[in-house]
Design a protein around this ligand. Structure first.
Ligand SMILES: Nc1nc2c(ncn2[C@@H]2O[C@H](COP(=O)(O)OP(=O)(O)O)[C@@H](O)[C@H]2O)c(=O)[nH]1
Ligand SMILES: [Mg+2]
Length: 415
């Protein structure tokens, strides 16, 4: 390809500088033979049931992370379960290392009912669902897992319930007659789920036997209205929706069995549970104090304990001079805070590799400045006869707010 602009001092007809010649780019495209045209028309094969594709009435949003082996079987199961319904499936993948998105796109290349969003540098089931749902134009939205644990044959019953207008939220429940949670796994998962359901039910404005279900359907228009109020935190998107909904939510529960996971691994871990607690706390506080700030402040409080512990050990056991002990304790506490914030507070934007080290340095600079400002203000207040406790607390609050605000923009800035 030739440069678009003529370099200064040269002319198209002039002799210098020589324009590099790429015969393969300059050559006209080869003439297509009849055989080539036929094969281009023949491939890729469009899925037969999608050929006369009507705009979808239903978008099935599937959050997925490392679910490559489950993608094709899930599409086949949806195809079988949703005959007669104009549907599409939208996979929302967080850049899974196993190539989940590539697998979805491979099938999407010949089946227009399959779509995929690949999010980079982000993690989180709930936020993936929100993003997928907002990319739909269908009348109804279903949310289901991408690991075949949800029984897709329940989808037509859920859609029928919504179409009938008796309800505006259809939840597939493991805990009504005909439902079954056997596939949940070991006993501790059942105990955890039962405990979570119990806590959630106390907070809910509507009666739901399975508020932790990840399998439900609702009109897109209702979701669009609720979307600005959703926290997008953690695993429990249904709970988020129900707690954000104004009065007037009419729920139908459809019995469903929860199958065992055939391939891949569960992503539920202790931090996901902590996010569940965070979601409940956020709703209890009415969303006034950002959840991240609470997590950041809690991590900061733990950092103070680390600082004191290191200082005590260095002074009492190590006989280290105070200045060195204090410096070491502060640096260690900052590293500890950075790691915890990266894993918990900013779990969905976790830094890895080079950005991790860059983030650590920035974090230490930001927090160092915050600490200096806090100490300065506390000293100034104290010298003006403010009680030591009030002066100290004011300095600490100023430092934590500064650290939070600046590190949110500089260290874990949203991509
Ligand atoms: N996009 C996205 N999907 C996720 C994430 N974590 C879990 N999922 C998907 O959410 C669904 C439920 O997760 P799973 O680990 O099976 O939870 P479990 O069934 O409670 O053990 C599965 O399809 C996962 O692949 C995530 O961080 N991002
Ligand atoms: Mg699962």
């Amino acid at each position: 390809m030739r440069p678009e602009k003529t370099p200064p001092g040269s002319s198209q007809l002039g002799t210098s500088p020589p324009v590099p010649h790429h015969p393969e780019l300059d050559a006209p495209p080869p003439a297509a033979s009849p055989a080539m045209i036929m094969s281009a028309l023949a491939a890729p094969p469009i899925h037969p049931s999608a050929q006369a594709a009507a705009p979808p009435e239903l978008t099935v949003v599937v959050p997925c992370y490392n679910e490559r082996p489950n993608i094709a079987p899930l599409i086949a199961k949806l195809d079988a379960a949703l005959t007669g319904i104009a549907w599409e499936v939208l996979f929302v993948d967080d850049d899974s290392p196993d190539g989940t998105a590539a697998e979805a796109r491979r099938i999407a290349a010949h089946d227009p009912r399959v779509r995929c969003i690949r999010r980079i540098g982000r993690r989180g089931l709930a936020s993936a669902v929100i993003e997928g749902a907002l990319a739909s134009s269908a009348q109804y939205l279903a949310v289901m897992d991408g690991d075949l644990q949800h029984d897709e044959t329940r989808l037509p019953a859920m859609l029928a319930a919504l179409r009938g207008g008796d309800c505006n939220l259809a939840v597939a429940s493991r805990h009504v007659a005909g439902g079954d949670a056997a596939g949940l796994g070991p006993r501790w998962r059942h105990a955890l789920s039962d405990g979570g359901i119990h806590v959630a039910q106390r907070l809910l404005p509507v009666r739901l036997s399975d508020p932790l279900s990840g399998f439900f359907m609702l009109p897109r228009e209702l979701f669009e209205r609720l979307a600005p109020s959703l926290t997008g935190q953690g695993f429990k998107i249904l709970l988020d929706i129900v707690l954000s909904a104004p009065a007037g939510l009419r729920v139908t529960e459809i019995p469903s069995r929860f199958r065992e996971r055939a391939a891949g691994k569960s992503k539920l871990d202790v931090l996901v549970l902590a996010q569940f607690a965070g979601l409940l706390l956020d709703k209890l506080l009415g969303g006034v104090v950002p959840l991240r700030f609470i997590a950041f402040a809690a991590v900061g409080a733990l950092g103070v304990l680390v600082n004191l512990a290191v200082l005590t050990v260095a002074l009492k056991l190590g006989q280290v001079p105070f200045a060195s002990a204090e410096t070491a304790a502060t640096v260690l506490a900052m590293v500890f805070n950075f790691v915890l914030n990266n894993e918990i507070t900013y779990r969905d934007q976790r830094l890895r590799h080079t950005p991790l080290w860059r983030g650590l340095v920035l974090f230490m600079l930001v927090c160092g400045l915050g600490a200096a400002a806090g100490i300065g203000i506390a000293r100034a207040l104290y010298s003006e006869h403010t009680a030591w406790s009030l002066a100290g607390a004011t300095g600490a609050v100023i430092a934590v707010v500064w650290n939070y605000a600046v590190s949110a923009t500089l260290v874990w800035r949203a991509r």
